[in-house]
Write a protein that binds this ligand. Structure first.
Ligand code: NAD
Length: 256
């Protein structure tokens, strides 16, 4: 399939899952607006190899005004957003009674509220053109809990609820909204959790294996490339009646 002529915006795409998804979308022919922290010039140059237009906007998605500025940039420099992948996310691990209030607020703003803001800004143009895809990168933690992840689990459950509402509100149009729920993916976000285990004396390889063995029956990491291919399916015509779904790609985590 081709996404030629479509403009995609992927939040949090300077590394990890977002970068993998942006790469698959660019390979499929979409113009892509990247977002995320750090020097993006190497990532922009890398994705430009596929021959589509690639840009970057550095919005901090915890700030609604910066999200609006990013959409204005996409419209003015590219075209109104046809495919929105709400992917940016952060993690913090601590028991509820020790959870820093500032971390709670940041996780809710970045992992949940930014999905609302992106959706409300993307929807008018999608409705006008009667085509659009909103794909929210939730998590298995949108469907089950784990200790120490109060804010993350609350935010991801919220993302799945919001996905259902937007999926219903657009049900009679050619705009769809779905969530993808990855299990463990070896990205900087998860490497940080592996490093914390290494600091307590576990060898790095063992720490990786332990992390998988506790939750993910396949004992293998999901990859950003696989998640990108699922995004591509949801963008296809065959995906047009998948609406308001929370689709697991989790090595069997939620089958237990
Ligand atoms: P990552 O840390 O590799 O990448 C996160 C990206 O978000 C980076 O580009 C970073 O710059 C950007 N970002 C962070 N805060 C931002 C902010 N305030 N504004 C704009 N950009 C910001 O993480 P990842 O593992 O690729 O996670 C991506 C998404 O996938 C997250 O929503 C995460 O919750 C979800 N997820 C990850 C896993 C996993 O195992 N890695 C599993 C399930 C869900």
């Amino acid at each position: 399939m081709t996404l030629k002529g479509k403009t995609a915006l992927v939040t949090g795409s300077t590394s990890g899952i977002g970068l993998g998804i942006a790469r698959v979308l660019a390979q499929a022919g979409a113009d892509v607006v990247l977002n995320g922290f750090g020097d993006a010039s190497a990532v922009v140059a890398d994705l430009a190899q596929y021959g589509t237009r690639i840009g970057h906007h550095p919005a901090d998605v915890s700030d609604p005004a910066q999200i609006a500025a990013m959409f204005a940039y996409a419209s003015e420099q590219f075209a109104p957003v046809d495919i929105l992948v709400n992917n940016a996310g952060i993690q913090h691990v601590a028991a509820v009674e020790a959870f820093p209030v500032e971390r709670w607020d940041a996780i809710i703003a970045i992992n949940l509220s930014s999905v609302f803001h992106g959706s409300r800004l993307a929807l008018p143009g999608m409705r006008e053109r009667n085509w659009g895809r909103i794909i929210n990168i939730a998590s298995v933690h949108g469907q089950v809990g784990s200790t120490g992840k109060a804010a993350y689990v609350a935010a991801k459950h919220g993302v799945i609820g919001l996905t259902k509402v937007v999926g219903l509100e657009t049900a009679t149009t050619q705009v769809t909204c779905n969530a993808i729920c990855p299990g463990w993916v070896l990205t900087p976000l998860v490497q940080k959790q592996i490093d914390e285990r290494v600091q307590t004396g576990t060898a790095p390889q063992q720490a990786r294996e332990d992390l998988l063995a506790e939750k993910q029956p396949s004992l293998e990491f999901v990859t950003p490339q696989h998640l990108g291919e699922l995004v591509l399916f949801l963008c296809s015509d065959a995906g047009s009646q998948v609406r308001g779904a929370a689709w697991n790609m989790d090595g069997g985590w939620l089958a237990q």
